[in-house]
Design a protein around this ligand. Structure first.
Ligand SMILES: Cc1cc2nc3c(=O)[nH]c(=O)nc-3n(C[C@H](O)[C@H](O)[C@H](O)COP(=O)(O)OP(=O)(O)OC[C@H]3O[C@@H](n4cnc5c(N)ncnc54)[C@H](O)[C@@H]3O)c2cc1C
Length: 632
């Protein structure tokens, strides 16, 4: 029988595998996706979607489906400590995502993993792929026998009745902590923190007179510690540490029954009372802080999610990190397979995501210590939650701030590399701007959010959400005041239309033959989506008269920077001010397909701006860009 070829074989339909499959299915790839469970997660497991992940899900058009399940939302965390009078007392609350973080959704969304998995599965099926269950992987090799599909993968039904051999361009393991692929590759897990824990997790519906049962709470009492997390459907999750390697009688296989955990919870919550109407899910499982030494050996077989990093569930990071692993790899595979980027760019998946996992594990160790050993006073908590930077910051407040930024997902910062421009980048040009030298944007960090008015329909919109996760680089042209920048914009458009520019080089081959009248995001090329933001009231912007023809083609992405913003109250053009570009002169911001800033360029008359962009995209794509002037 002929061996079937696939673009990607994905093993595991947890958050990482599903998110990767969703992106690649949408972008037209042929995926073989298997999972060894007969059904998606029925109950329990990961449940916290952090603010940055919600942004990402919105950018993927999936937020509405998640919210349709009416998840619990955590805006504040309450701290309960032993009371001098016996029992426990609330010592303070703080914002889950404090005001100093510029987040659209400053809360954690709580919903069980299985419902989230189903949202992705529906999308995958809509785009022509499916998850084949219950199937497992029995072998694989990158034998290179077929140059375009170098990886052979052997798959089998879990009951052993059927098997299948396929070939693929890539194999991805999203198998979770126990990865067959990782073991076969001989990739070791490095255990970071020698301290390991056994956790008990219980989801259920309770009756209680504990007043903060609808809040996220960390409770320390003389009888032990517990974390409470509100959930969808009137449920509550309790996390209880059952054992720690610091215990005298440490046993990583230590178990606890549901009744034992309930008794412990009752003792910790005293003088309040708690009983259970029903238990939805209960699990006791050991957690070690581990990180895979490699995420790939050959840039054909990749791993991500829990297969690469495990840590405590307390900060609700596992699923969120898995999503970001998946999106990071998805667009890079897409760019290589589209011929836009060299194969070498795939190495940035491991360097970027492994560094984030290292940061996560360091944070996880500090976080566990913070909550286990140091109980913050109400005064410290209040100081940390304020937006002001004037308060004298002690170690705790600093750790809290850094932690909140990280746990919300906004602390993710990729280092300079071939994609994230820096003064060491192979592309250099005097118009490329650095952080605090002409812009507030930092390459490798998420684009700062801004609210603007869409010119064509006068809708007030979130600029950073306007271009969906479509695999394209996003080029935001902050046009400043047209009275000053009209010539610069005309020059930019003119140099963009030169045959070997960063723009023309990637035009659709059938650009003249195919009708793309209704295409909003990618009318010229799938490589780039453009947006133009102008410092003027909406009614004063006349797209066809004021913008060069190429830019006017992005009419659905032309915005008036005329919405006042609390964070820059004195600015006339708040979006310009927030990203730190001159409100009159503007600038150009290049953002990676996953929303992280990659380069910022001055907007000037002449060829300079296009030259700088040619340099940047030339280095990113490995192509020689820039050349003579022409027009589309
Ligand atoms: C028991 C348990 C409880 C957890 N509780 C929490 C929690 O309370 N809070 C929290 O934040 N995180 C929790 N986590 C962690 C969280 O679920 C993960 O961080 C997150 O799911 C990572 O996603 P992933 O896609 O990498 O892996 P997973 O979600 O583990 O998905 C891996 C998938 O691959 C499948 N698979 C594995 N091997 C194979 C194979 N050889 N062939 C085919 N399919 C395979 C599995 O069946 C599974 O569907 C828990 C994990 C476990 C195991």
């Amino acid at each position: 029988m002929a061996v079937e070829n696939y673009d990607v074989v994905i093993i595991g339909a947890g958050p990482v595998g599903l998110c990767l499959s969703t992106c690649l299915s949408r972008w037209g790839y042929k995926i073989k996706h298997i999972d060894n469970r007969p059904e998606p997660t029925a109950t329990g497991r990961a449940d916290g979607i952090q603010p940055r992940s919600l942004d990402l899900l919105r950018n993927m058009g999936l937020k509405r489906q998640i919210m349709a399940h009416e998840p619990a939302k955590v805006y504040e965390v309450a701290f309960w400590d032993p009371s001098s009078k016996g029992g426990i007392v609330q010592t303070g609350t703080w914002a889950s995502c404090p005001k100093f973080i510029d987040a659209r959704y400053p809360f954690t969304t709580l919903l069980h993993q299985g419902l989230i998995e189903r949202v992705f599965i529906e999308d995958i099926e809509k785009n022509g792929n499916t998850v084949q269950r219950p199937w497992t992987i029995t072998g694989f090799k990158n034998d290179g026998k077929d140059a375009t599909h170098p990886v052979e993968v052997n798959l089998a039904h879990v009951d052993g009745t059927h098997s299948e051999t396929v070939r693929a361009k890539y194999l991805f393991s999203g198998e979770g902590a126990r990865s067959f692929v990782r073991d076969q590759l001989g990739v070791k897990i490095r255990y970071k923190d020698p301290i390991a824990h056994v956790w008990g997790v219980m989801d259920g519906v309770v009756r209680t007179n504990f007043p903060d049962i609808k809040m996220k709470c960390t409770i320390h009492s003389d009888a032990g510690s517990i974390m409470i997390i509100p959930r969808e459907d009137n449920m509550v999750r309790l996390y209880i540490q059952v054992a720690s390697s610091t215990d005298k009688d440490w046993d990583p296989r230590k178990q606890a029954t549901a009744e034992e955990v309930q008794e412990k919870a009752k003792a910790i919550l005293k003088p309040y009372e708690i009983t259970w109407d029903r238990i939805e899910w209960f699990s006791v499982y050991p957690i070690g802080q581990g990180i895979a030494e490699k995420y790939t050996l050959d840039e054909r077989i990749f791993m991500g999610g829990d297969a690469c990093h495990t840590h405590s569930p307390k900060a609700g990071q596992g699923m969120n990190t898995a999503f970001l692993d998946a999106v990071n790899l998805a667009w890079k595979i897409h760019h290589v397979e589209s011929g836009w980027a060299p194969r070498s760019s795939l190495s940035t998946y491991e360097s970027e995501r492994q560094m984030i996992a290292e940061t996560l594990l360091d944070f996880d160790a500090r976080y566990a210590k913070l909550f286990s050993t140091r109980i913050p006073s109400a005064g410290e908590v209040a100081g940390a939650s304020a937006a002001s930077t004037e308060a004298e910051e002690n170690e705790f407040i600093k750790t809290f701030k850094a932690s909140c930024e990280f746990t919300s997902g906004f602390g993710v910062a990729y280092n300079p590399n071939s994609i994230n421009w820096s003064s060491e980048h192979p592309a250099q040009h005097p118009l490329l701007l650095q952080y605090e030298k002409g812009t507030k944007l930092r390459t490798g960090r998420i684009m700062i959010p801004a609210t603007v008015t869409r010119v064509v329909d006068a809708n007030v919109v979130h600029l950073e959400q306007e271009i969906p996760l479509n695999g394209s680089y996003r080029v935001y042209i902050f046009g400043g005041a047209l009275g000053q920048t009209a010539t610069a914009l005309k020059d930019l458009a003119s140099h963009m239309s030169a045959p070997t520019s960063f723009f023309s080089n990637f035009l659709y081959k059938d650009i003249d033959a195919t009708d793309r009248y209704h295409e909003k995001h990618n009318p010229h090329t799938s490589f780039l989506s453009l947006a133009i933001i102008i410092n003027a009231p909406r009614a004063k912007i006349h797209i066809d008269e004021q913008l060069p023809r190429i830019l006017a083609r992005y009419a659905d992405h032309v915005y008036a920077d005329d919405v006042w913003d609390l964070r820059v109250p004195d600015a006339k053009a708040a979006a310009h001010a927030k990203v730190g570009l001159d409100e009159e002169k503007g600038g150009v911001v290049v953002v990676r397909p996953d929303g992280y800033v990659s380069a910022v360029v001055k907007l000037e008359e002449g060829s300079g701006t296009a030259d700088a962009l040619n340099k940047y995209f030339g280095a990113v794509t490995g192509k020689s860009l820039g050349g003579e002037r022409a027009s589309l």
